[in-house]
Design a protein around this ligand. Sequence first.
Ligand SMILES: [Zn+2]
Length: 364
Amino acid sequence: MSRPSGAAFVWDPTIASHVYRDDHPLKPKRLVGVYETLRELGAFDAPGAKVLAPRAATRHEIERVHAREYVDAVMRASASPNRDDYGQWGLSMYGDTPPFKGMHEASLMTTGASLVAMEESLSGSVRVAVNYSGGLHHAMRRSAWGFCIYNDPAIVCATLADRGMRVAYVDIDAHHGDGVQKAFYESDQVLTISLHQYGVIPELGRTFFPGTGNADERGRGKGAGYSINVALPAYTDDVAYIRAFDEVVPRLVDRFRPDVLVTQQGIDPHFTDPLTNLQLSTRAREHIVRWFVESPYTWVAMGGGGYALDAVRRSWSIEYLVMLGAEIPQDLHDPDPPVWTGNERRTIDTLTDRAIKEAVIAAW
Ligand SMILES: [Zn+2]
């Protein structure tokens, strides 16, 4: 059976128009730059390209992963962000995830957009469908966390699992995919693999967010060995990251043989990102997304973090062109990606090789 070709891009300006807070690093409007870049390149007129409208997720769909009381609290915060203290639900005015007017409705759309992408991929009409407004992987069952309100990747994985499918979730955001891992920690039906920066940031002396994601977090009970963590050192560059990806992801995903591959493609590992200390370039991303494209699995993709707006624009444009099988203009790529040499090279390689080994040993 031959794989379908083509790529669907879920888009409507409403999924890029909400504002967390004026000074907040997560700017949904960053997607406008991705969409406009692709439109100017004629990508959406290319063979196999398709733009899909999002829809609002239903409350029933949200509650597959989130507690009813939490959804009630988000609805109250959405209507009256200043009226109450929503701290017990992970929402605080000057914190990482502030309450803001319309947050419930905006989050229903970004979640529904991932469900639209999921249905499109399952229909077999395209190789992949992507929702770059989604990938909000930190949100917990009863709490907002790390800029994330409703956990759309967990909702997609749970919906697929409920239909009896085996799901491999691969998270290449700079941060640990903790909310998704937690949702399936005792399940062998959803394999979660997260590659992320881990540990104390040498320059700053504080622990990188969210602080979890060491290889020894490997799942529990029936799920033992089905939570995989590649805990990378700060300053991991393309060379080391590509080796980590190639040695862990194809091996474990192919061993698991999922019905569906779900990817979270946060682009905050980019070397210009202000919130992280990884050193990736567009080259590593192209390499990784090519593996996803060439894999034999039904595939649904989401965005995630990404706080250097021009890196977001160029990287996600490249990724969509790779999904389409279209040519990539050189000016979208980083001209001169950072690569370590000498002592730094040896240190990064040693720490990365240890992370690879620990991740593979932890697997079922
Ligand atoms: Zn992130």
